[in-house]
Ligand binder design. Structure first.
Ligand code: AVI
Length: 318
């Protein structure tokens, strides 16, 4: 609610884009920050821990699909492509795909450099002879692919339903940008999380062990460290809410009492009960998946889902 701004007193030491996004996001009403900033080293580690949680079905379900359908991928995609993975992280799912389709190069893209380099080294060791060409960057911004893969047909790999972390208009823009980046003969293999029982969704984003809460709160730790913030962590609670109208799980950080704090020299106030909306995770019906891909310039050609219909992997052509 209340917002006061004072002039910037100290130059921010951190990534200027991080500073800009956070100061703008906290200045808005309701307060909202982009989810890309979760992924510092600690945030990336916590996300890996989320992937193993009993409540967090997406990673396990998608990995099962990748393991099970290798022969289908080999037939539908074939060998000889350069695989470009968007938001590669630890790239734990990637070996299943690479084994199935025998690519000629692998380009993992991720915003967290340290994490990306460690996982790329592990992957290069597991696939001797496969050129692994990591690219540090935000795939929502303009990127250029390494010269070494120019002229090769490409497969974009975008697992994890990370597309769901974007607003629908942003998701369409990203799919179109991927199509431009990957070129005419490209294919895209994308994971999308399905709409399901809200109770199941809420528990996936508010687990009993509190790992997702730690992941959400780590954003405040990062703001305090990198943007000279003084947000009192103990005065915030993690909340996961199903927004049925927008078919998405929202993560928020709720102020437990009235707060006054500083970030990068700016002052902010929050009322008790006010939240910072830190992430949306959109879920899709079967038709929504196809509509979204077509709006983004891709034609869906194959689709695989688990027996419970929790998650879906879709192959699309440019
Ligand atoms: C990365 N992304 C697809 C995850 C999701 O499910 O939206 C991030 C996440 N947030 C909380 N848990 C997992």
């Amino acid at each position: 609610m209340l917002l006061t701004r004072e002039p910037l007193s100290t130059a921010p030491a951190a990534d200027p884009a991080f500073c800009r996004d956070i100061v703008e996001g906290l200045s808005r009403f309701p307060k909202a920050t982009p989810p890309i900033w979760f992924y510092d080293q600690r945030g990336s580690e916590l996300f890996e821990a989320i992937a193993d949680l009993p409540e967090y079905y997406p990673t396990r379900t998608e990995t099962g699909l990748l393991q099970r359908h290798g022969p289908d991928f080999a037939e539908a995609i074939g060998p000889g492509r350069a695989v470009i993975e968007f938001g590669a992280g630890s790239a734990r799912k990637t070996p299943h795909l690479l084994r199935a389709i025998d690519p000629v190069a692998y380009v993992p893209i991720d915003i967290s450099g340290d994490f990306l380099h460690a996982s790329s080294a592990a992957l290069a060791a597991a696939f001797p002879g496969l050129p692994v060409l990591p690219l540090v960057g935000d795939f929502n911004a303009d990127l250029s692919l390494p010269a070494a893969i120019h002229g090769l047909p490409r497969l974009g790999f975008f697992p994890g339903s990370t597309i769901g972390n974007l607003e629908p208009a942003g998701a369409v823009d990203l799919l179109r940008a991927m199509r431009r980046l990957l070129g005419e003969e490209a294919m895209l293999l994308i994971g999308m999380d399905r709409i399901k029982d809200p109770a199941r969704l809420v528990s996936a984003y508010d687990d009993a062990a509190g790992v997702t809460a730690a992941f959400n709160l780590n954003l405040l730790t990062r703001i305090n460290r990198e943007l000279q913030g003084d947000l009192p962590l103990e005065a915030f609670a993690h909340r996961a809410v199903w927004n049925d109208d927008k078919a998405r799980i929202e993560m928020h950080l709720e102020a437990l009492r009235p707060l006054h704090f500083h970030v990068a020299g700016y002052c902010f106030d929050m009322a008790a009960g006010e939240t910072i909306h830190t992430e949306s995770s959109h879920k899709y019906g079967q038709r929504d998946e196809r509509l979204l891909l077509r709006a983004g310039g891709w034609e869906p050609t194959r689709q695989w889902s688990d027996d419970e219909g929790l998650f879906s992997l879709i192959l699309a052509s440019a």
